[in-house]
Design a protein around this ligand. Structure first.
Ligand code: C2E
Ligand code: MG
Ligand code: MG
Ligand code: MG
Length: 281
């Protein structure tokens, strides 16, 4: 009997594994087509100055509308793209599109609209990342200071001289660098001293339920103090309630992003929101 069950389990797992593999292969295949078929687009989530409540920029977030599967979350397809060279193509597309749309948003609103773009670790291993970005800036005419790259702590685990040179070359172009999901990586804090970082984006998990979570309150205070002592600007991610916003303001956090003010918006709606605000801080 046990043997029989074992065999059934084995068949079950094989079937499960097969379907996972098939789904992955299918997704990879469809992602390859997606670029050529204009299935990707970008949504923009505004980031606000906590004190003035004014929009200080937008984060570009990729969306995939697949004709067969509908809207697929980046949390599902980006990790798969990251395992192959697909992320390099998708990443280049995102960069170019975000730069072009930042310019279009500026034209719509009448003032500069800084844009932040998420960059995967694998894009840093591309030999031509700096060259690509410099070319995109030139071709689109976007002021380098209006482009920010968001990288995760995982990316910074690479302390090789080549990697540090890439970061410094990027800063040399005049663009900004942010650490995304700060506090969730396992890397040491030493990198904050060595890397030219402009913004720390504090992970949503510290903001969630902070109203009643004194541990999260303590962590947030410590991160804000740490950042400020290093001359780094602090952005809280995932702010959903007024009480969260008030707490972040009270501890001196600089900026916030989250559903309280706005979800990520399609280009047109982002343009309308920006237009409604006369001038950026
Ligand atoms: P992220 O860069 O940390 O982006 C923030 C995510 O949190 C976004 O999810 C956003 O919609 C969501 N969010 C913002 N405010 C709130 C809030 O108040 N509450 C909650 N519950 N969520 C909030 P999204 O757009 O699904 O993106 C997920 C992740 O996928 C991103 O996390 C980023 O790591 C990755 N990603 C998105 N676009 C790109 C891209 O163009 N390139 C790369 N490499 N990764 C991307
Ligand atoms: Mg991000
Ligand atoms: Mg984040
Ligand atoms: Mg994230």
């Amino acid at each position: 009997k046990a043997k029989q069950e074992g065999k059934n389990n084995f068949q079950f797992y094989t079937r499960e594994l097969n379907s996972i593999l098939v789904e992955r292969l299918e997704m990879e295949y469809q992602m390859r087509n997606a670029l050529g078929h204009n299935e990707f687009h970008l949504h923009y989530q505004p980031k606000l100055n906590l004190r003035t409540q004014r929009i200080t920029g937008v984060e570009a977030l990729i969306r995939w509308h697949n004709p067969r599967q509908g809207l697929i979350s980046p949390n599902r397809f980006i990790p798969i793209a990251e395992e192959s060279s697909l992320i390099e193509q998708i990443g280049s597309w995102v960069l170019e599109k975000a730069c072009m749309e930042s310019i279009a948003l500026s034209q719509l609103s009448g003032y500069d609209v800084p844009v932040s773009v998420n960059v995967s670790p694998r894009q840093f291993q591309q030999s031509n990342l700096v060259g690509n970005i410099s070319r995109v800036l030139q071709e689109t005419g976007l002021k380098p200071s209006l482009l920010e790259l968001e990288i995760t702590e995982g990316t910074l685990a690479d302390t090789s001289p080549q990697f540090i040179k890439v970061l410094n070359d990027l800063k040399g172009l005049g663009i900004k660098l942010a650490i995304d999901d700060f506090g969730t990586g396992y890397s040491s804090l030493g990198y904050l001293k060595h890397f030219p970082i402009d913004n720390l984006k504090i992970d949503r998990s510290f903001v969630m339920g902070l109203e009643s979570d004194t541990a999260n309150q303590a962590i947030l205070k410590a991160i804000v103090a740490l950042g400020h002592n290093l001359g780094i600007n602090l952005v809280a991610e995932g702010v959903e309630t007024e009480r969260q916003r008030d707490f972040l303001l009270s501890i001196g956090c600089d900026e916030m992003q989250g559903f309280l003010f706005s979800q990520p918006l399609p280009f047109d709606q982002a343009g309308k929101l920006l237009l409604a605000q006369d001038k950026l801080v």
